[in-house]
Design a protein around this ligand. Sequence first.
Ligand SMILES: [Zn+2]
Length: 225
Amino acid sequence: MELQRIMVIMAHPDDAELGCGGTIANWVKEGREVQYVICTNGDKGTKDMELSPHRLAQVREEEQLKAAKALGVKHVTFLRHRDGELEVSLAFRSELALLIRQHKPHIIATHDPWRPYLLHPDHRAVGFTASDAVIAARDHLFLPAQTGAGFDPHSPREIHYTYPDNPDLFVDITGTLDKKLQALALHESQLAIHPNWREVIIDRARECGEKGNMEYAEIFKRVVL
Ligand SMILES: [Zn+2]
C-alpha cells in the first residue's frame, strides 16, 4: 500500500488522540501501520496537589498505552523528556531523526509549530524539531554516526501538521469520532482538568467539518516532500 507506515510525533500523552485520533482510526481501518513517539512524560499535567510528578508520569504512560491500543496503534515509543522543558536542540533532532531512519515512516504527523499563538512550548519544540529531523534523516551527510551504525537515510513522503491555522487537508472522521472519544476517555488523569472535554471535542470536529463540507473532521496542513 502507498504510504503504509505512519509515525505520529507528539509532545504529551493525549496529544495524538486530541490532534488526530479520528484520522488514526481511519488509517488503521485502511490497513496502515501507525506508531507513536511521545516526547515528554507529561509529568506536569495535573491540578491534584497530592499526586507526585513521578507517579503522574507512570499513570499517563499507562493511559497512553491503553488509548493507543484502543485506536489500533502498533507501537508507542516514550522519550520521557520532562514535561514543559523541551527545547529545539541538535540532540533532540538527532533523537527523532534516528527513529525516522529506524522505522522509515511514509507520513509524519506532528504539531504545527507555525500556528499563531501556539503557546505550549513543548508543542512548538516538537513541531519544529520533528520538521528539522525529517531533513536530517533524509540526507546522508547529516548525523554520520547514525549512517555509520547502519541506519540508512530515509525521507518520509508527507508531513501532516495537526490543527493548523491554514488547513489544506480535511479528513472525514464522522465514522471514527466515537473511537476518538473512547480513546480520549482513557486518559482519565486529564479528564478532571477539562470537565466538558467531550463537548469541546465534538464542537471542534463539527467546526472543522463545516469548513470541509463534512459532518465531523480533523484538519491538517499537508507538506509533500
Ligand atoms: Zn500537549
